[in-house]
Design a protein around this ligand. Structure first.
Ligand SMILES: Cc1cc2nc3c(=O)[nH]c(=O)nc-3n(C[C@H](O)[C@H](O)[C@H](O)COP(=O)(O)OP(=O)(O)OC[C@H]3O[C@@H](n4cnc5c(N)ncnc54)[C@H](O)[C@@H]3O)c2cc1C
Length: 596
């Protein structure tokens, strides 16, 4: 069923040539000894594991799905998933970027990030089981008590236990302030938690011996709304005093959802019937603690979009070189055959290049943000840590929404390359489109990401974070503005930078008069910012490619062509998006609801 080969060359280009990761890591005492060879070796091994172990289970897992047994509340994952997880754990993959104090390998997030791209390309549904565990690890690592850390972190790091995030309830998804699950304090310091959660990814399964649920609930007398939410650690099995697996905790899977995609991942309705839990992050501070998990998950969802874009592109490319239909408009390109391979046709190339450009732009972007995260956590200079934290906060909603929206476009274009065969399950392309669709919805819909970007991250701090990022763009433009060979990249980058500044000010002014202006502009605004980010990275990548295009390595010729395609064919949508963002709220809000 198709193929997946980890894009090691492009990953190495991004890490070593674009981001100079080795030099950057030298400034972080914790990672100073991580050299290029170590990074390349990990990527190679990761490529083998994902291609050989996980990719062969992707299509079969989708066809089979998960099985729920109502009598004993168990969930069985598709054939091969459990065994693959055992191999993953035995190879030490869950520990890659985790804290050595609790058994982790302490490698940088930027390396883990590339491995996550491979996981998602090879099998998104499977990768969500360990992916959520990593989010739980980060949340407990940041907010847990010393006892909670020593009990849960080693098991999450080893992969013996997995994690979940339990936020959503039937009546509340986006608006978590309405959640109703209750937590009653007990004399021993624990809580009894009662409530119903829905759509919980990896909520129940057979891959690990225990599942650590992070559950949002309300304490008695808690303030209304989001200010009265607390976070609890609720394990599937309680632990005995010696740390061994103890009593079953009453948090049960009542059903699993029939859904559009990611069939290999169990999406569970979870019923808590007086389940024992422990507070983490302080009373009524649950959303604050959960944000660590949510931010990690938002970056992770962006990586899911990238992973699917890459694997869809690889397969569409193979197909386009093999499938013969019609002749090229400018005369036969394969005269020995009854027709030309479809890759000769301009529009097939447009579809392939769309996916290629979105994959390469996303890879540069995500790796950059992962490196900023490493610096945020480990740089010795406090100001650098703060600047990196600001940049990550600004760019997280862009990663989540821009990359997953693009992945939906890219996987659909790749399906189109297959013609009718794309629509047929056997070829595997329709699975990528179905799987890509959820990434725009969960972890805060892409609309909510755009409101977060424009409202919270930009307007609420008077554009300070955006200006810091803009200063980096400006510095690059100034340093390279006189290089004529780069003008085709620098001119549109500089132009978009100016337009984003003006657009932000204009929306900010309008929002003073009418807050609805933010909601009306946010979605096209986020896409414009996404293009500013991609323009910045494509201009940098083009610069490197121009310098090395005569090196004999054809990779640089391909990179340059992709950058040119990006600026010629994808970037121009910014003109339309800016018009949409400026068009105001009246065209959306004037119509009374009963006249729709
Ligand atoms: C397969 C799957 C896996 C999931 N995994 C998990 C999980 O592991 N843990 C978990 O807790 N949850 C999970 N979810 C839930 C997911 O995060 C929610 O579905 C999502 O946050 C949206 O909430 P909702 O479905 O209630 O939609 P609603 O909140 O009802 O939103 C409906 C629509 O209204 C829009 N909307 C809402 N408010 C606004 C606003 N202020 N402005 C503009 N538009 C708005 C939304 O963008 C959306 O388009 C999962 C969902 C699915 C389908």
């Amino acid at each position: 069923m198709g193929q997946y080969i980890a894009p090691l060359r492009d990953m190495q280009f991004v890490l070593h040539e674009l981001l100079n990761v080795e030099e950057e890591l030298k400034q972080l005492p914790k990672h100073a000894d991580v050299d290029g060879d170590i990074i390349n070796q990990i990527l190679e091994e990761g490529g083998k594991f994902t291609a050989n172990v996980l990719f062969p289970l992707n299509h079969s897992g989708d066809r089979e799905g998960c099985h729920h047994d109502k009598t004993n509340h168990t969930v069985t994952t598709p054939k091969g998933f459990k065994e693959a997880y055992k191999q993953y754990v035995e190879a030490g993959w869950p520990a890659l970027s985790c804290d050595p104090e609790f058994g982790g390998q302490g490698l940088p997030l930027v390396v883990n990030n590339s491995f996550y791209e491979m996981l998602n390309s090879s099998n998104q549904a499977w990768s969500m089981y360990p992916g959520l565990s990593h989010g739980a690890y980060e949340c407990i690592h940041e907010h847990g008590t010393p006892e909670q850390k020593s009990l849960y972190l080693p098991k999450l790091i080893s992969g013996d236990w997995t994690g979940t995030m339990c936020l959503t309830e039937p009546h509340c998804g986006t608006d978590l302030g309405m959640l109703r699950s209750k937590a009653e304090p007990q004399t021993d310091g624990s809580y009894k938690i009662t409530g119903a959660k829905i759509f919980i990814s990896a909520g129940e399964h057979d891959m690990a011996e225990n599942i650590i649920h992070l559950v949002l609930a309300r304490l008695p007398g808690a303030p209304e709304g989001s200010k009265g939410i607390s976070l609890f650690i609720v394990p599937k099995f309680l632990s005995n005093a010696d740390g061994s697996i103890g009593e079953r905790n009453p948090i049960f899977c009542g059903a699993i959802e029939e859904k559009m995609g990611i069939h290999g991942n169990s999406t569970c309705q979870m019923n808590l019937d007086g389940a024992t839990g422990w507070l983490i992050g302080g009373p009524h501070k649950g959303l604050n603690a959960m944000f660590v998990f949510m931010n990690a998950a938002r970056l992770g969802v962006g990586m899911q979009g990238l992973g699917l874009t890459e694997v869809a592109y690889q397969n569409a490319l193979v197909y386009a070189k093999d499938r013969i239909q019609m002749r090229s408009l400018s005369g036969p390109k394969a005269p020995d055959k009854p027709a030309d391979p479809i890759i000769v046709h301009a529009d097939v190339r447009r579809m392939l290049l769309t996916a290629k450009a979105y994959a390469e732009g996303a890879r540069a972007f995500c790796s950059y943000v992962a490196l900023q995260l490493d610096k945020e956590f480990n740089h010795p200079d406090e100001q650098v840590r703060k600047d990196c934290a600001d940049e990550v906060a600004l760019l997280t909603p862009v990663i989540k929404a821009f990359i997953t929206d693009n992945a939906w476009t890219a996987t659909s274009e790749c399906l189109q390359v297959y013609g009718g065969h794309g629509f047929i399950a056997e070829w595997g392309m329709e699975q990528y489109v179905r799987d890509a669709r959820i990434n725009m919805i969960y972890e805060g819909t892409n609309t909510i990401q755009s409101l977060d970007l424009l409202g919270r991250k930009i307007l609420m701090d008077n554009g300070a974070k955006l200006r810091k990022f803009g200063a980096k763009v400006q510095a690059f433009v100034e340093a390279n503005g006189t290089n004529e060979a780069l003008a085709e990249f620098i001119t549109p980058l500089a132009d978009l930078g100016d337009k984003v500044t003006k657009l932000t000010m204009e929306i900010g002014m309008k929002a003073f008069q009418n807050p609805d202006e933010v909601g009306a502009a946010a979605v096209p605004y986020l896409r414009v910012v996404g293009h500013l980010v991609y323009s910045y990275f494509f201009a940098q990548m083009a610069k490197i490619a121009l310098e090395k295009q005569d090196s004999g390595d054809k990779f640089y010729i391909s990179k340059l062509a992709t950058a040119r395609f990006y600026f010629a064919r994808l970037y121009p949508e910014t003109a339309m998006l800016i018009r949409q963002a400026r068009s105001g709220s009246a065209n959306l809000l004037a119509l009374e609801a009963d006249l729709f």
